[in-house]
Structure formats: structure tokens, C-alpha cells
Design a binder for this molecule. Structure first.
Ligand SMILES: NC(=O)c1ccc[n+]([C@@H]2O[C@H](COP(=O)([O-])OP(=O)(O)OC[C@H]3O[C@@H](n4cnc5c(N)ncnc54)[C@H](O)[C@@H]3O)[C@@H](O)[C@H]2O)c1
Length: 256
């Protein structure tokens, strides 16, 4: 039986770890030809070597225009087409807090990866998708694109709001040319990105009170949503901001 993304050429930025790596695995298990793209090439190579099928690693710094252009050119050279782009690379920094305490340098750094990085990927990947006759773009946003974070992270939240806005606009502009563009909005997921912030009991309790089922998400639980959005099963899903958050945004929780 063919896989759910059989023979589709899929590029995942931030593919070497966490949500990106789990997505690479699910896409490869379902027949995708996966490009694991990451700023950490050694980690991307290790990741690609552990995947089924014809996965390959590619270096990319999503903040660098030339690097992003080279990524999509290299994947198109290798496979002759590009069908699925998961724009997922992102960072969270400890000194990104409220608007008064957060420095302009921290703001710029986060925006350059999380927002400009997604823009540069769109800028360079869309011509390839158009040449392939269309495709599916999935941007990784966050639940904080849709609600304020009481443990503040102003640059991160703003960057993810921008990702959702770009997603809707790309969906509207390219729908008639066969490109769909959706965002996945994860709640807190157990990856290195949040692990660094949950080092003590106080930090954990502060966040745990908001989790209806009392646990973090698993990277595979986000990857399964990305797989759906990548596949033709979601052929009429376009411009969506799909929450996969364990019910956080649906629930008024209390400490008891
Ligand atoms: N973990 C969460 O709770 C959570 C929640 C909502 C959204 N997200 C988003 O999910 C995405 C993946 O995060 P994760 O939790 O898997 O984190 P992670 O740190 O495990 O993975 C991020 C990957 O991005 C790569 N990366 C960082 N900067 C890069 C750059 N400039 N160019 C290319 N690659 C770069 C890193 O090397 C790493 O492999 C991010 O966009 C993040 O904001 C995460």
C-alpha cells in the first residue's frame, strides 16, 4: 500500500531535532523523500541516517538569504521537484521576557530566525512549488500566536503571530495555483527548546497549571498533524492555524 506522502519531496527546516525530527520520521515512514535541513549539519546527518527511505541532510541557516536559496536549489537538483515544505526552525531565548526587559538585540535575534526565517523559506521555496504544479507548506507557529503568554516572551509570541499572518496571506494568494499553506500551532512540547526553561520545580509548576491533562505534548503528536497537512488528505484545508495543544486554549484551568 502506498504511503500517505508517497514519493513527495519534503523539506523540513529545523529537521535535526524535536518537532522537526519527529516530522521527518513520520514523512519518511509514509513514503516521503525527506530533506533534513538544519543549521547543525552534523545533527542533520545523524538524523537522516536514522530515517527510513532516501532521506538526506542539507545545511541551512534560515536567517541567511543565500543559504536558504541554496537549500531549495540543492533539493530541487537532487529530486527534480519539491512538494512539501515544513518551515519549522525556531528559537526561544531566556532573556526574551516582557517588552521592558527584553533588549532590542534579543528581539532582533528571535525575529530573524522565527519570522524572517519563515519569510526567506517562503520566498525561495514557492517558485519551486509552482514549477512542481503546487504543493503544501506547513509553518510551525505556536499556541502563543493566538493567546498571550503570562510567562512573557514578547519577541517569540510576536514572531509566531507573524507566522500565522503570513500563512493566511500565502494561502489566499496561491490557492488557485495549487499551493496550500497552513500553520500548526503546538502547545508546550517536550523538546530541547522548552526543556531549557523547565529546569526547576517552580518553572514547571508555573506552566503545568495550564495543562489540562498535566503533561507536555510529544514531538510525534505534532508531527502527525504536519503529516496530515502535508498529505492530500488535507486537500481542502488551507490557511488554517491548527492547534495541537492538549486543550490548553480551550480550557479555563485552576491550580486545584
Ligand atoms: N517545543 C515547544 O514547546 C514548541 C511549542 C510551540 C512551537 N514550537 C516551535 O516548533 C519549532 C521546533 O521547535 P522544537 O521544540 O522542536 O525545538 P528544537 O530546539 O528541538 O529544534 C529546533 C531546530 O531548529 C534548528 N535551528 C535553530 N536555528 C536555526 C537556523 N537559524 N537555521 C536552521 N535551523 C535552525 C536547531 O538546530 C534545531 O535542530 C520551533 O519553530 C518552535 O518555535 C515549539
Amino acid at each position: 500500500m502506498p504511503g500517505r506522502v508517497e514519493e513527495k519531496v519534503c523539506v523540513v527546516t529545523g529537521g535535526a531535532s524535536g518537532i522537526g525530527l519527529a516530522t521527518c520520521r513520520r514523512l519518511a515512514e509514509e513514503g516521503g523523500l525527506v530533506a533534513v535541513a538544519d543549521i547543525d549539519l552534523a545533527a542533520a546527518e545523524r538524523a537522516a541516517a536514522g530515517l527510513p527511505g532516501a532521506a538526506a541532510a542539507f545545511p541551512v541557516d534560515v536567517t541567511d538569504d543565500a543559504s536558504v536559496a541554496a537549500l531549495y536549489a540543492a533539493v530541487a537538483d537532487r529530486h527534480g521537484r519539491i512538494d512539501v515544505c515544513h518551515n519549522n526552525a525556531g528559537i526561544l531565548l531566556p532573556d526574551d521576557t516582557d517588552p521592558v526587559a527584553t533588549s532590542p538585540a534579543t528581539w532582533q535575534r528571535i525575529l530573524s530566525v522565527n519570522l524572517t526565517g519563515v519569510f526567506l523559506c517562503l520566498h525561495h521555496q514557492i517558485p519551486h512549488l509552482l514549477r512542481s504544479g503546487g504543493g503544501s507548506i506547513i509553518n510551525t507557529a505556536s499556541f502563543v500566536a493566538l493567546m498571550g503568554a503570562a510567562t512573557p516572551q514578547i519577541a517569540y509570541s510576536a514572531s509566531k503571530g507573524g507566522v500565522v499572518s503570513m500563512t493566511r496571506e500565502v494561502a489566499a494568494v496561491y490557492a488557485k495555483q495549487g499551493i496550500r499553506c497552513n500553520a500548526v500551532c503546538p502547545g508546550p512540547v517536550d523538546t530541547g527548546l522548552v526543556g531549557a526553561f523547565l529546569t526547576d520545580e517552580h518553572q514547571w509548576r508555573r506552566r503545568a497549571v495550564h495543562l489540562p491533562d498535566g503533561r507536555l505534548g510529544k514531538p510525534e503528536e505534532i508531527a502527525n498533524a504536519v503529516l496530515y497537512l502535508a498529505s492530500d488528505e488535507s486537500s481542502w484545508t488551507n490557511g488554517a492555524a491548527m492547534l495541537v495543544d492538549g486543550g490548553i486554549t480551550a480550557t479555563y484551568t485552576t491550580a486545584e
